[in-house]
Write a protein that binds this ligand. Structure first.
Ligand SMILES: Cc1cc2nc3c(=O)[nH]c(=O)nc-3n(C[C@H](O)[C@H](O)[C@H](O)COP(=O)(O)OP(=O)(O)OC[C@H]3O[C@@H](n4cnc5c(N)ncnc54)[C@H](O)[C@@H]3O)c2cc1C
Length: 535
């Protein structure tokens, strides 16, 4: 997306000027690529006319004796890339306004290490675990992009989070994670709830005429295949009406009885056997015999660090790939877009754009004694010390669970002004309590998962507030962002293109200060903006 004229001049002015420049290097993935190697990669690029960084070997997959190897794997094998497994990036090093490295913690030994280079690539995933219960792996967090945000990278559209309609419902207070049942199940499963509130009969005892196949009723054209946000909201509404199923009342049926009758059990097993088995192992119920129970859960984040078309953030030399950035997600609608985006970013974009950036920048080496490097290391040490010395009695996970409830209730599937203000009012108090009453056992110089979790929760406690603020200021409904004040007569989302046809890119203004909302207008040249109907 090209930058807007409204982008404030005090933000790093990388955007328009760098439209034709590009990117570089290493980063914090689960695997940290050594930044030292960037110089090797780029040594062949030179500074002249080269658009494609040849030493990167391009985005292809190399075939070797019949085996397929992603290029990165080959480069690690060849010693071109150094891998740092089980390291967590905790700080970004910015020198002269450019990203020049990271400070990471070795999660096994506790040692803090600094990696300097010519640029940084973050591919650290989405931040949906801010809701505590989500379909994400438990380790997914916001720390890398939140550290970058606090160093000057704009955070775009943080309130846009995808709620997936087909997850196994929450079963109890001490649950720490939710499980996704694949989207594909909606191809053959029919979603329904009892027509009557409080109908306690077992599903197979409820005759067809007493069932409400509500998606088929409400959206005859798309039926059970309506977009995720639409299906999720509809499930929430029937449950809020008291027609939800299962022990908590927050579940709807996903029923394969008709599909089995039509296609036969063997065909259904062939298509979904692994999912059915997984469901049975978790719930103890056989979905060939009784309908699955599902409920929406947080699954994906469309917001993230702002990037230009070259995947560079507002900090020159900081590139952000995959779910960690805000770009190219196909909103919350396209089932396959997340992985496609990650692949496109990694295989097709970054190898080309990074070379341009490096070719055009004259980057002096950064000494590890540079004041900015020392400042980043000191910040990590101070933060670790603060987490360890709070001296309270409450584990970080308990704060996380409480934050998740606030976020789910006030900034989840449906939002309104009152609820968002309420949520925003609660988070600072919870954050203060966290720093006062946190308990992290052990030390920093060892494997310490409580410390890891505490650091991530501290960041979630800040991010959550920004998400609420973003949702509050976007005073319209738009896809997954559903403000109850803004709906059509039939309950569908009502956009306000006059006021909000833009990306909101938040700029950190300092601790305790309201972040600055920058606006990047969305312009559509080849298609007209329309309101979709799934009826
Ligand atoms: C259950 C489930 C099913 C899905 N199904 C589909 C699907 O069918 N189709 C689809 O397109 N998408 C799907 N998605 C979404 C898709 O998997 C993700 O969007 C995608 O994997 C994101 O890729 P990524 O590389 O950007 O981030 P991730 O795959 O999340 O990888 C980020 C990595 O960075 C590491 N990391 C995080 N913070 C740090 C740090 N500070 N320092 C070092 N390392 C860090 C993490 O540990 C992780 O290894 C699904 C997601 C889930 C959870």
């Amino acid at each position: 997306m090209p930058p807007s004229d409204s982008w404030p001049s005090e933000l790093p002015t990388c955007l328009r000027q760098r439209e034709h420049e590009q990117r570089a290097l290493t980063g914090a993935h689960d695997v940290l690529l050594s930044v030292d190697r960037v110089a090797d990669w780029t040594a062949g690029v030179g500074t002249a006319e080269i658009d494609v960084p040849q030493p990167l070997a391009g985005p292809g997959i190399e075939r070797e004796e019949g085996a397929l190897h992603p290029p990165g794997e080959d480069q690690i094998g060849q010693g071109q890339v150094e891998m740092f497994a089980r390291h967590e990036m905790q700080e970004l090093v910015v020198v002269d306004g450019k990203a020049r490295g990271i400070v990471a913690r070795d999660l096994v030994t506790g040692e803090t290490t600094t990696h300097l280079g010519d640029a940084v690539v973050l591919a650290t995933g989405g931040y949906g675990n801010v809701f505590y219960l989500a379909t994400y792996a438990k380790g997914c967090n916001t720390t890398a992009i939140w550290r970058a945000y606090k160093k000057g990278a704009a955070f775009a559209n943080p309130c846009f989070t995808q709620i997936h309609p087909t997850c196994i419902p929450v079963s109890g207070e001490y649950q720490s994670k939710l499980t996704l049942m694949s989207e594909s199940l909606r191809n053959d499963g029919r979603i329904w709830v009892p027509k009557t509130k409080g109908d306690q009969r077992a599903p197979n005892q409820i005759p067809k005429e007493d069932r409400d196949y509500y998606l088929e009723r409400m959206y005859p054209s798309f039926g059970n295949l309506v977009p995720r946000d639409v299906a999720s909201r509809a499930a929430k509404r029937v449950c809020d009406e008291g027609r939800g199923v299962g022990p908590t009342g927050y579940g709807v049926y996903l029923d394969f009885h008709d599909a089995i009758g039509r296609l036969g059990k063997a065909k259904i097993e062939e298509k979904y056997g692994n999912l059915f088995e997984m469901y049975e192992r978790i719930t103890g119920e056989n979905p060939y015999e009784v309908p699955m129970r599902i409920y929406p859960a947080t699954h994906y984040t469309m917001g993230g660090l702002w990037v230009d078309y070259n995947l560079m953030s507002t900090i020159p030399g900081l590139f952000v790939l995959g779910e960690a950035n805000f770009s190219d997600h196909g909103a919350n609608r396209l089932g396959a877009s997340a992985l496609m985006q990650g692949l496109a970013d990694g295989y097709f974009v970054i190898p080309y754009t990074m070379g341009n950036y490096l070719a055009r920048e004259k980057l002096a080496p950064v000494a590890d004694t540079h004041p900015e490097v020392r400042a980043a290391e000191d910040a990590v040490a101070a933060r670790t010390k603060r987490l360890l010395s709070a001296g309270g009695s409450r584990p970080a996970a308990s704060f996380h669970r409480e934050l998740g409830k606030i976020m789910w209730e006030h900034c989840g599937m449906e939002r309104d002004k009152k609820g968002l203000e309420h949520g925003m009012g609660k988070i600072p108090g919870l954050r203060a309590e966290f720093w006062k009453n946190l308990r992290v056992p052990g030390s920093g110089a060892e494997l310490n998962q409580s410390l890891e979790v505490a650091g991530r929760v501290a960041d979630f406690l800040e991010l959550g507030e920004l998400m609420c603020l973003d949702a509050l200021e976007r005073d319209e409904s738009c896809g997954c962002h559903f403000r109850t004040e803004h709906q059509m007569a039939d309950g569908e989302a009502k956009r306000d293109d006059q006021q909000f046809c833009h990306v909101a890119a938040w700029e950190y203004a300092g601790d305790g200060k309201k972040p600055i909302r920058n606006v990047e207008p969305l312009t559509f040249e080849n298609v007209d903006l329309q309101v979709r109907s799934y009826k």
